[in-house]
Design a protein around this ligand. Structure first.
Ligand SMILES: Cc1ncc(C[n+]2csc(CCOP(=O)(O)OP(=O)(O)O)c2C)c(N)n1
Length: 551
């Protein structure tokens, strides 16, 4: 059999170790798909390209290896773009592949033709079209290399249909893959950082999404424990240090002042580790732009008025931290942060609902989930007010055990994300938590989950509202507009897909449904009507506290 360009493309994907491609096929992907049919890679047809991109995104985030998604030209590619952009801003490795019309009709107006390469440029680290089969091995290797190297992100390859079908005039194969060592920390930068830390009275660590990649979390925990330095994690850094650790100050990232911010106010030096400015504006913790900052990351710092590091250690994070640990020998700091940690923990636990409670709210459900889920269980949040609660209150004990999209922060990621997570490791319990708004953005993927016979839990916190928007509007203007929704009966909807579904009667019932679903390895949807008054209760409690403390 002669090899065509599509066969070579698939050989290159096999060479990259790809197991799955998530996507929606189009006519222009025909050669690609038939080449895929005869390969060890499994194609997963999904119900919307965005769902496929989110699956590839979460696959990438959990494994460190690029997830792959596929769409056709024009409308397929436009549908794909949100999940691709989300991976790029969330630093999740992803390779998107799109078909295209024949290169002979791209220069004029033509059916379904848009300039997809141009469109994808702003949401990827790198992208290109294939103009000649001979360049496929280089292009595929480059797409994966760039997507996976620090900082990871999305890349995109376009394969026009006439190129895909071209026979190769010579035999070609995939390029070999060799790991690249990340650079070691610079000695001068390290010694400057060590001096600054030694001179600090109240140092604090802020851990971002880079701190949960590449062994960084272990080193970070050792640094914190050995020298008694507290750690606040960004939403995407959750789990970099365990919430059980007495030096962990939980998460930083809410749009209003929370207890954790006091620690930044009291600190005179911030050691930022894998901190991603796309995630959280440093103005929130460095309002006067006067903190001494040490930046430790795989890449140098963005230029930002409120984030001007005195020293940047641009190298492998774990190695940099280990070098700091060695250099700080003999130092130790006071436990200046203990009352803040206590206040944070007390606040989180104050939202626990009794087992007999028949009314539900987001923080109460989150605490119940935590009670039932084992430490290595995975929670995937969608985007909305529930995300604020998950970020603030969900106790995370391991890196990558609570996934939150906080770069692009796109609604709709959590249900397809649960599919990818269940495929990555089917022995690990997974719970996708979402609002009614976000759930309906990718609800069609229930069919994909069912067809693949996956088991995980989908919790829909239903307030018939784009809740976060209402919450913010009310905080800003004392009223809301344009947010109210109506919804299907989610239980009946899930059942119509053949999926187990429940509306728990009380918290005890919720816990037992979750426990049973985990132990029986079921795919389960749980709809929970929620009371949102707790949102303003948090804001009011914090405001009253800060008023009485005059800060
Ligand atoms: C794709 C997308 N569209 C719009 C937004 C803006 N947005 C952020 S949160 C939110 C409301 C989310 O509502 P829901 O999913 O019901 O969750 P809730 O806030 O009620 O917990 C909206 C519209 C977004 N982040 N992503």
């Amino acid at each position: 059999m002669t090899m065509n360009a599509a066969n070579l493309f698939i050989d290159c994907l096999v060479n990259e170790g790809i197991e799955y491609i998530f996507g929606v096929p189009g006519e222009e992907n025909e050669d690609f798909l038939f080449a895929l049919e005869n390969s060890p890679i499994t194609f997963i047809p999904v119900r919307h390209e965005q769902g496929g991109a989110f699956m590839a995104n979460v696959w990438g985030r959990l494994t460190g290896k690029a997830g792959v998604c596929l769409a056709t030209l024009g409308p397929g590619a436009t549908n794909l773009i949100t999940g691709v952009a989300d991976a790029n801003l969330d630093k999740a490795p992803l390779v998107a592949i799109t078909g295209q019309g024949s290169s002979e009709r791209l220069h004029h107006e033509s059916h379904q033709i848009i300039d997809v390469v141009d469109m994808m440029k702003s949401v990827t680290k790198w992208n290109t079209t294939i103009t000649n089969p001979k360049v496929i091995p280089e292009i595929v290797r480059k797409a994966f290399k760039l997507a996976q190297e620090e900082k990871p992100g999305a890349t995109h390859i376009e394969l026009p249909e006439n190129i895909a079908g071209m026979d190769l005039s010579e035999s070609m194969s995939a390029l070999s893959i060799h790991n690249v060592r990340r650079p070691s920390p610079d000695a001068k930068a390290l010694s400057e950082a060590i001096q600054l830390i030694k001179a600090a009275k109240n140092p604090i660590i802020v851990a971002g999404n880079g701190a949960i990649r590449k062994r960084a979390s272990k080193a970070l925990t050792a640094l914190s424990n050995q020298y008694n330095i507290p750690v606040a994690c960004t939403f995407m850094g959750k789990g970099a240090i365990s919430d059980r650790d007495s030096r962990c100050l939980g998460s930083v990232g809410l749009g209003f002042k929370d207890y954790v911010i006091e620690a930044f106010e009291q600190s005179d030096l911030v050691i930022s580790i894998g901190y991603d400015i796309a995630e959280y504006d440093p103005e929130n913790w460095n309002e006067n732009a006067n903190k001494t900052i040490i930046h430790i990351d795989f890449a140098s710092a963005e230029v930002f008025t409120h984030y001007i590091p005195r020293v940047e250690i641009v190298a492998d994070i774990a190695e940099s931290i280990n070098a700091l640990i060695a250099g700080l020998k003999g130092s130790k700091w006071e436990s200046w942060y203990t009352d803040i940690r206590d206040r944070i923990q007390e606040s989180i636990h104050s939202f626990t609902l009794d087992d007999s409670s028949e009314t539900f709210n987001a923080p109460g459900v989150i605490n119940a989930v935590r009670e039932v889920l084992p430490d290595n269980g995975l929670v995937i949040s969608d985007v909305g007010s529930h995300k604020m609660w998950i970020a603030r209150n969900y106790q995370t004990y391991e890196p990558n055990s609570c996934l939150i999209s906080n770069g692009l922060a796109s609604m709709g990621i959590s249900l397809p994300g649960g599919i990818a997570a269940a495929m990555v490791d089917d022995s690990r319990p997974v719970i996708s938590i979402m609002g009614d708004g976000g759930s309906m953005m990718n609800i069609q993927e229930l069919e994909t989950a069912k067809r693949l016979d996956l088991h995980f839990i989908i919790i829909i916190l239903n307030d018939n509202n784009y809740g976060l928007i209402e919450w913010k509007q009310e905080m800003n203007e004392g009223k809301s507009f344009g947010t109210k929704l109506t919804n299907p009966d989610f239980v009946k909807l899930a059942q119509s897909f053949g999926i187990n579904a429940h509306k728990p009667t009380d918290i005890a019932d919720l816990k037992s449904v979750i426990a049973q679903s985990i132990s029986e390895k079921q795919l389960t949807l749980i709809e929970i009507p929620i009371n949102v008054s707790v949102n303003n209760k948090l804001v009011d409690t914090l405001a009253a506290y800060y008023k009485s403390n005059n800060s």
